[in-house]
Design a protein. Structure first.
Length: 162
C-alpha cells in the first residue's frame, strides 16, 4: 500500500526551502540512504522504501506524479523550488552527460565504419538521428541543441556542452 499525504504528515515534517525531512516525534533528521544501485536519497517507512524527492511532492501536492525531476540535476537537492512533476521521457531529457560518453557531447557518437558523427535525440520513444562528417562536429552539436530545445522545451539539457 502506498503512503498517503495524511499518513506522511503524521510521521514527517518537510521543510520546502531546504528540502530537509525530520521525524515529527523525535525531530531526528532524515538523511536518506544512497546506494550503489540508486543514487537518490531514500527512506524506509513502515517496511516500504520511498525516494525523498517523491515524498516531498506528496507532502506538498498530495499525490505522487509519474516522475519527479530535479531541475538542477542535483539529486540530493530536494528543495521544493528544485522539484517538478514530469513524465519519464521529460525526466530523461534533463539527464546530463553519461560517464561512458566518449565524444564529450550528449547524444553524439563517432561511427568508425562510416567515419561520421551520429547525433541522436530521443523523445517519447521516438529517435531523431542525423549524421555529420568529421569536420562538422560543431554543426552536429548545434543540431542537437536546437532539436532538444524544440522537442524537450523546458526540460532540454545538453549535458553541460555549449
Amino acid at each position: 500500500m502506498t503512503i498517503t499525504q495524511t499518513k506522511l504528515k503524521e510521521h514527517l515534517i518537510y521543510y520546502p526551502e531546504s528540502g530537509i525531512f525530520r521525524h515529527k516525534t523525535s525531530g531526528r533528521l532524515i538523511g536518506g540512504k544512497i546506494t550503489k544501485n540508486n543514487r537518490y536519497l531514500r527512506v524506509n517507512i513502515k517496511g516500504k522504501v520511498y525516494s525523498l524527492h517523491r515524498l516531498a511532492f506528496l507532502y506538498m501536492e498530495g499525490y505522487l506524479p509519474e516522475a519527479v525531476d530535479h531541475i538542477d540535476r542535483n539529486v540530493i537537492n530536494n528543495s521544493w523550488e528544485n522539484l517538478r512533476s514530469c513524465s519519464l521521457s521529460q525526466n530523461q531529457a534533463n539527464a546530463g552527460l553519461r560517464t561512458d560518453n566518449a565524444s564529450g557531447v550528449k547524444g553524439l557518437s563517432w561511427n568508425s565504419k562510416t567515419e561520421k558523427f551520429q547525433a541522436n535525440v530521443q523523445n517519447s520513444g521516438r529517435q531523431y538521428t542525423k549524421t555529420f562528417t568529421a569536420s562538422q562536429k560543431i554543426e552536429a552539436v548545434l543540431w542537437l541543441e536546437t532539436t532538444r530545445k524544440q522537442l524537450h522545451e523546458g526540460f532540454a539539457n545538453n549535458g553541460g556542452v555549449f
